[in-house]
Write a protein that binds this ligand. Structure first.
Ligand SMILES: Nc1ncnc2c1ncn2[C@@H]1O[C@H](COP(=O)(O)OP(=O)(O)OP(=O)(O)O)[C@@H](O)[C@H]1O
Ligand SMILES: [Mg+2]
Length: 259
């Protein structure tokens, strides 16, 4: 656990950037402190691999900072705090999409939200590329198959629910793998219930067809014929049904006596 900072000690002069990145301002800061109260937060936990000088935090994106915290009931959580320059007035849309994903068992559990802050399950883990590095070092091929199959199955659940994540073709930042090797899809800000969902196909492109990550996965899992995969994806995209998805999975993860 990192350094704990009780809410009463969170001050604009020292911690302004944590709540109001990139340009702290008293009125907004105080409003956000009240939002933290409302979400039942007792302390911020200054830990993680990213930095907002001089503090350690979990993540820093274009629309938010993600900071660990502890609730009054003792549960640790992750807070996604809207940047002032995020280009969106509030987190309402993201919260709606995130809850829809949770309803089909996808994403860190959303505990609550306010205008500027989402409180959710803390995933102690790393992004997929970093996780692959650990796997390459230990040679855990079976773990790769298990995690990728589970991730694609979560994408299938989103497809069935009609929810398009929207950023899975660039998935390096949007999949976290926990210490127990459980994958979590994160960041539903660009998600939509109106577009035709393309989660499975977008993720398959990222994992098996394009770019540096696909190369690393092929080296760990063996290569699948690009033509065969393209055909299976075309079919899945047209039919979007369980049968086409099962065929895709069995081609990607053939059963062998070793697995
Ligand atoms: N529930 C969580 N538990 C632990 N870490 C998290 C959690 N949610 C997000 N993070 C970390 O914070 C980072 C930023 O989160 P997220 O992608 O949701 O923010 P964003 O501002 O929308 O980013 P981007 O600009 O990349 O879209 C993630 O890449 C991840 O490292
Ligand atoms: Mg985002």
């Amino acid at each position: 656990m990192g350094e704990l900072l009780p809410l009463e000690e969170v001050k604009l002069e020292h911690h302004g950037l944590l709540l109001c990145y990139p340009a702290p301002e008293r009125k907004e800061f105080e409003k956000r402190l009240r939002e933290l109260e409302k979400l039942g937060i007792r302390c911020l936990e200054l830990a993680g691999s990213k930095r907002v000088h001089p503090f350690s935090i979990l993540g820093k994106g274009y629309s938010s900072l993600v900071v660990a915290a502890v609730r009054r009931d003792g549960l640790r959580c992750a807070l996604k705090i809207r940047r002032l320059d995020s280009g969106k007035p509030d987190l309402g849309h993201e919260a709606t999409m995130h809850s829809a994903a949770n309803r089909v068992g996808v994403g860190p559990r959303l505990y609550g939200f306010t205008e500027n802050i989402l409180s959710m399950e803390l995933v102690e883990g790393v992004h997929l590329p970093e996780w692959l590095t650990a796997v390459e070092e230990k040679g855990k091929r079976d773990a790769v198959k298990k995690v990728l199959k589970e991730t694609l199955t979560q994408c299938r659940s989103l497809d069935k629910a009609g929810l398009d994540h929207g950023e899975l073709s660039l998935a390096s930042k949007h999949i976290l793998i926990s210490r127990e090797d459980r994958p979590y899809l994160i960041d539903f800000e660009k998600s939509s219930l109106r577009r035709r969902p393309a989660n499975v196909t977008a993720l398959c492109h990222f994992l098996f067809l394009g770019g540096a990550t696909a190369e690393r996965i092929a080296a760990l899992m063996g290569r699948i014929s690009r033509e065969a995969l393209r055909e299976l994806l075309r079919r899945y995209k047209a039919e979007l049904d369980d049968g086409a998805f099962e065929k895709l999975l069995s081609a990607l993860f053939p059963r062998s006596v070793f697995s």
